[in-house]
Design a protein around this ligand. Structure first.
Ligand code: GLN
Length: 380
């Protein structure tokens, strides 16, 4: 028998690959982005409470109303924007399902989708699966800023979507208010939908503000913004995220969501709704992770790795250009197998597989893990 693969050039994601390698070689895992410390006991108690209380059947396709209400409040507090609880918020199986349902419902065969390279590895295969054409535009070095001049040149009648991601995975770069102003200008009077991947919205450092498309009155009218409770509440395994979009866009995306995941875990939704009542639970996240970033950077300051600025996310890019000429995939493999520390090579996020001798390290880790990681890195 033969399968005519829809994704002939896609293997297993780099995150799964490196996490498996870390496990097989008993290496510290700073590759895949997930915390190694526990979820709040209060939140866990909440899930248990609702399971025992019998909330174990299907919730509405769009998510539990209590949770959508809390999300609307959070959006108003964070971004000053009112969203409609019924028509504009949809709970999804992680932000990735929101991204998948958005692209699947809105991108037709031959439509062009502009993404910024290096880009999160999921966008391109999902666009390809839907017959869309990915148009990569490289972020500008050294700050990984969006190259709007090139974006403007690439926009044409076939452009259906522009995907932005801030705080940015894998680089930790962030867009500014002016980027949104330019994007609004580029998309004005077009049919372009903006997909804004904002899963690290609360993990921002050094007093910076996250610029959500939801803050921008005009852009918001053509945007789907995606968010993640996995990132915000240290529970990446719970697979709960959500999307916010105007009613006419949400209605279209929900047509796909209802057959893709239909809905997500009821007791967790109810527990998260309660937990969201205390805004400290998300507003303190930036300071919490900044302390980890600073600890990690301080511990490796005498190493031969060079750090790039990380303004948000829980990722730190390190350049090893002073250490080795190895391609980054080989370097990541060598570090895992021979030195006992796993990271993510950055070339995989580029359409061109461009290799700038950079690795991504996840610092969502306990002090103990970060200390051990730094010891290894300093000895190289
Ligand atoms: N978002 C996570 C990261 O960047 C990976 C998620 C996954 O493994 N699918 O590391």
């Amino acid at each position: 028998m033969h399968i005519n693969s829809k994704l002939p050039n896609v293997g297993t994601t780099i995150f799964a690959t490196m996490s498996k390698m870390a496990k097989d070689y008993n290496a510290l895992n700073l590759s895949q982005g997930f915390p190694d410390f526990p979820v709040s006991p209060e939140l866990i108690e909440g899930v248990y409470h609702y399971m025992k209380a019998g909330f174990n059947q299907y919730p509405p396709m769009t998510g539990m109303p209590q949770l959508r209400e809390r999300i609307a409040e959070k959006i108003e507090k964070s971004y000053g924007t009112k969203v409609n609880v019924e028509t504009e918020i949809t709970l999804t199986a992680g932000a990735i399902e929101a991204i998948n349902a958005t692209i699947t419902s809105l991108v037709n065969k031959g439509d062009e989708v502009i993404i910024m390279d290096p880009a999160y590895d999921a966008y391109e295969p999902i666009i390809t699966l839907n017959g869309g054409i990915t148009i990569p535009v490289s972020l500008k070095q050294p700050n990984f800023a969006i190259d709007w001049e090139t974006v403007k040149e690439k926009v044409n009648a076939k452009t259906r979507m522009i995907i932005i991601n801030s705080p940015h995975n894998p680089t930790g770069a962030m867009i500014e208010a002016n980027d949104l102003a330019i994007l609004a200008e580029i998309t004005r009077d077009t049919n372009i939908i903006v997909l804004s991947d904002e899963v690290y919205e609360h993990i921002v450092f050094d007093g910076r503000a996250h610029e959500s498309v939801l803050k921008h009155e005009e852009l918001r009218q053509r945007s789907v913004a995606t968010f993640s409770f996995g990132k915000t509440f240290h529970a990446t395994g719970w697979r709960i995220g959500y999307m916010v979009a105007p009613d006419w866009i949400s209605a279209e995306v929900r047509k796909v969501h209802q057959y893709m995941a239909f809905t997500v875990h009821t007791p967790s939704q109810l527990a998260i709704a309660d937990y969201l009542e205390n805004a400290d639970h998300y507003n303190n996240l930036g300071a919490f992770y900044q302390q980890k970033r600073d600890l990690f950077l301080d511990l490796i300051k005498d190493s031969r790795f060079e750090s790039l600025p990380s303004h948000g996310t829980y990722f730190q890019l390190l350049s090893y250009k002073n250490i080795s000429e190895k391609p980054d995939l080989e370097m990541a493999e060598w570090l895992t197998k021979e030195k006992g520390i796993a990271s993510i090579p950055i070339s995989v996020f580029y359409d061109t597989k461009e290799d700038n001798k950079m690795l991504r390290f996840c610092f969502a880790k306990s002090e103990e893990t970060l200390t051990k990681a730094a010891e290894i890195l300093c000895a190289i």
